[in-house]
Design a protein around this ligand. Structure first.
Ligand code: COA
Length: 158
């Protein structure tokens, strides 16, 4: 089975992430969306179960997509899921250096697993979860970038 994992923070998921999920669901037999539990560099607005639930609500239409929380090295999560493919989205050149470092470190940690990059639709290349939260906090319209129920959840949290 051709199985890939798509890991991330998803705090919260946006249409940009969903765009990648949809593209992958058409290419792979199975896609596991991996929600990282903690990240020392980030203070999450939503806990891992809230982030997972939000994604699950949005991927019900894709029968080959599942969502799991993980709390380990990414390559170990891939091994656990029996996947040799990590998908990362590349939005702009600015993503490249960070993604390049991660991909090579992950390859060093486990050379059986490859990172593949995918570009989301260009209308989502300038957004991030942080930017979304910032604009919502200041009362801006982000309806083009995330589903209404996600925007409401962010508003409630803030
Ligand atoms: N649309 C919109 N935004 C996108 C996007 C897309 N298609 N792709 C990425 N982004 C944004 C995210 O919203 C996020 O924004 P934020 O920083 O404002 O929250 C940002 O790009 C990057 O986040 P993400 O893709 O979630 O990655 P991350 O940097 O938070 O890392 C893991 C997440 C899970 C990949 C990483 O923490 C990890 O591998 N952890 C496991 C531990 C490990 O193995 N470490 C060693 C790695 S070498």
């Amino acid at each position: 089975m051709n199985k890939a994992i798509y890991p991330g923070s998803f705090d919260p998921i946006t249409f940009g992430h969903l765009d990648i999920i949809e593209r992958c669901s058409k290419i792979y037999d199975q896609l596991i969306v991996g929600v990282i539990k903690d990240n020392n560099n980030k203070n999450f607005l939503f806990d891992e179960f809230q982030r997972k639930n939000m994604i699950e609500n949005l991927v019900t239409k894709f029968s080959n997509v599942e969502v799991r929380v993980f709390d380990s090295l990414l390559v170990d999560f891939a091994v656990k899921e029996k996947s040799k493919i990590i998908i990362r989205g590349l939005r702009a050149l600015s993503d490249f250096e960070y993604e390049f470092q991660m991909a090579l470190m992950n390859r060093k940690l486990n050379d059986n697993i490859s990172t593949l990059f995918m570009m989301p639709h260009e209308k989502f290349t300038h957004i991030s979860s942080s930017l979304l939260k910032e604009v919502i906090a200041l009362g801006g319209d982000v309806s083009e970038y995330a589903p209404e129920f996600i925007i409401k959840k962010v508003k409630n949290k803030l």
